[in-house]
Write a protein that binds this ligand. Structure first.
Ligand code: ADP
Ligand code: ZN
Length: 641
């Protein structure tokens, strides 16, 4: 999975320093563009506008950073990067300075003197990239400065990051983004590049319209993230399941655990801590200082697990997040994909893992029903939730479904739960009919409605107080489903709701039939349901293999040590990591800004003996070679073999 050259390959020809390929090689230390990067960079560098849709981790930053350096080398000039993520600007700028690219940010965390110093840098044309929040970019003062730059032909490029923030449909909407169309009106000849990982058609149309990108070329990359393994499991005892997942599969790894509520975030973080996992909470209810501190630790320390609401994550470009776990169902596939996309940006193996159950389905539906939004908006939200539920219930390749949601065709991937082990299914047509007819019988008695607990008791023929109170032991459906386990019943109900054949109502989530219930009752629909995987039945033959048969790839157990390193190389890797930690601390930057794990791994594996050999490793550019080369060789030489 490493994106590096094989060791025996000769050095590629040195590219001229004023070309995109030369900058990629010398400044960033990478040998090849990824996917659409090259075409995008060429288009923008030659003055075109672009809208870039690329998945999280796809490599969007280079799409404006390379043109910025290129244009600066050719005719000086500043590129302005609009970003909503004030908290991350410091590290983004630090990463560029590490590469030898002169960059700075302007935001509210700076003192007046600091801000003025940076403004002078910008006005002189020495600065290559300036990061600023949208509310700053649209102030009269800043626009006047841009005017002056423009008059002196020192305004190179506008990059609008997280461009979906301009759309009211997404959960990241920012009023200030609406004002950004001024850039086009005022500086029509300065190229603009807008970037986002949100790809659905409505958002895309919104971005084009509101940012006046009608003439921009749209670049849509593949949304596949092949190194991420998708797994969705039935919620049984979520904490125990999470503990097992984290401890057995991700011991010592950095990861994110998403929960729906602040309370659950706090509780889960506290509990994980008790279990010996370095976990920190993050949500909008925490003090901004606490939030910043936790985010810093997550970025800077190894192996921190962030337990968070969706308030956390946008712009987090920590490359070595090894897993993203969902303890609650997200609202839609866009959200799920964006959140899971934060795993494995470095291209190494990573997990997207989710538990979900009946209550999740019921809650998400209820939240939409009870929201004060317009009916039209709710209908859209319901449609989006349905697509996510279909993904969760599916027995075929998760990735094929995810990608097809983004209009991308693909083949079974071999790297999701369903591909790796086809889930057993069982014919639930009869059970579904029993459940629906029982709901119908309840209703016949003075329009009464009941929730899942009682319904399952009646179906299984349990003599509870409630059964006696309503005389339900006399119903024809009493005890008809005694042979079906409670877990299975929950699965049936969940999937009936997911598919819209049953719905819940009111405070107590009582059941109601829907127009499509009748099809099930009449037996017109065959329901093949996923066997519950909460209690796996290994080797008893219930699992059937369907679709593509794929061998299970080898999987390293302890991810804190990269796969494929022999003992000596592991020692070198550990020594390099210790050295990197020192440098990072001295520079007040996250370790990955100094070098990625993937780069250290290659150094440890190949053990270059000269600066020339070291320069061949992906992620080692000219500036870093100059700054750290000798030290790295010393560290590598120091480990005996
Ligand atoms: P995005 O902003 O799209 O989420 P990033 O720009 O943060 O993604 O890039 C993701 C990771 O991929 C980063 O660590 C980046 O350094 C790396 N990367 C991007 N382009 C290349 C490339 N051409 N070769 C090697 N690594 C790359
Ligand atoms: Zn698959």
């Amino acid at each position: 999975m490493l994106r590096t050259r094989p060791p025996d390959m000769l050095a590629p020809d040195l590219q001229p320093a004023d070309t995109a390929a030369g900058i990629l090689q010398q400044v960033f230390g990478y040998s090849k563009f990824r996917g659409e990067q090259e075409r995008i960079i060429e288009h923008v560098s030659s003055g075109g506008d672009a809208l870039v849709l690329m998945p999280t981790g796809g490599g969007k930053s280079l799409c404006y950073q390379v043109p910025a350096v290129l244009r600066h080398r050719r005719e000086r000039g500043v590129s302005v990067v609009v970003s909503p993520l004030i908290a991350l600007m410091h590290d983004q700028v630090g990463a560029l300075e590490e590469l030898g690219v002169h960059a700075a940010f302007l935001n509210s965390t700076l003192s007046m003197e600091e801000a003025q110093r940076i403004e002078r840098e910008m006005m002189s044309g020495r600065l290559v990239l300036l990061y600023a929040a949208p509310e700053r970019v649209t102030t009269p003062r800043f626009l006047a400065q841009l005017d002056s730059l423009q008059e002196r032909e020192l305004l190179s490029l506008f990059a609008i990051d997280e461009a979906h923030c301009v759309s009211q449909w997404g959960h990241d909407f920012r009023e200030d983004y609406l004002g950004l169309s001024v850039l086009h009106e005022r500086y029509p000849e300065v190229p603009r590049i807008a970037l986002t990982a949100t790809a659905d058609a409505i958002t895309r149309a919104d971005i084009v319209q509101r940012l006046a990108l009608g003439d921009a070329r749209i670049f849509v990359s593949s949304f596949d993230r092949p190194n991420i393994r998708y797994r969705i499991v039935e919620k049984d005892e979520p904490r125990r399941q999470l503990r097992r997942f984290v401890q057995e599969e991700h011991h010592g790894d950095a990861g994110i655990v998403y929960c729906q509520s602040r309370k659950k975030v706090d509780e889960t973080a506290a509990w994980l801590l008790q279990e010996g996992v370095t976990a920190l909470p993050y949500h909008a209810g925490l003090d901004s200082d606490v939030r910043r501190r936790h985010q810093d630790r997550f970025l800077r320390e190894d192996g921190v697990v962030m337990v968070a609401t969706i308030a956390f994550g946008m712009g987090i470009d920590k490359p070595d997040v090894r897993f993203v776990a969902h303890l609650d169902l997200p609202k839609n596939i866009e959200g799920y994909y964006q959140e899971t996309g934060r795993a494995g940006r470095d291209g190494l193996a990573a997990d997207a893992w989710m538990v979900y159950g009946l209550a999740d389905v019921v809650n998400q539906r209820r939240m939409i029903d009870e929201s004060p939004a317009a009916e039209d908006f709710k209908r859209r939200q319901r449609g989006k939730l349905d697509a996510l539920l279909a993904l969760a219930e599916s027995h075929d390749c998760r990735r094929v479904r995810l990608l097809s949601y983004f209009d991308e065709a693909s083949e079974p991937c071999g790297n999701c739960d369903n591909c790796l082990q086809a889930p057993a299914t069982w014919d639930a047509t009869e059970a579904a009919r029993m459940a629906l007819s029982c709901v119908y019988r309840f209703h016949q008695d003075r329009g009464r409605r009941f929730g899942a607990g009682h319904l399952i008791d009646v179906l299984r023929g349990k003599a509870t107080d409630k059964v006696a109170q309503f005389g339900h032991q006399r119903l024809s459906t009493f005890g008809v489903g005694a042979a079906v386990s409670e877990t299975r019943w929950r699965g049936v109900l969940r999937q009936l709701i997911a598919m819209g054949h049953l719905r819940t109502e009111g405070e107590f989530n009582t059941f109601e039939l829907t127009p499509s219930s009748r099809k099930v009752l009449r037996g017109d629909l065959t329901l093949l349901l996923r066997e519950s995987d909460a209690s796996p039945k290994r080797g008893d033959g219930t699992r059937r293999t369907r679709g593509a048969k794929v061998a299970k790839p080898e999987r390293p157990t302890l991810r804190a040590v990269p796969a494929g390193l022999d003992v000596n190389a592991q020692q070198r890797f550990a020594a390099l990591k210790a050295w990197r930690a020192e440098v990072a601390r001295a520079h007040n930057l996250p370790a990955f800004v100094v070098f990625h794990d993937a780069t250290l791994t290659e150094m440890a594996r190949l053990r270059p003996a000269t600066l020339d050999e070291l320069a061949q490793i992906s992620g080692v550019g000219v500036k870093k070679l100059e700054a750290y080369g000798e030290e790295i060789l010393r560290v590598l030489g120091g480990e005996g073999e």
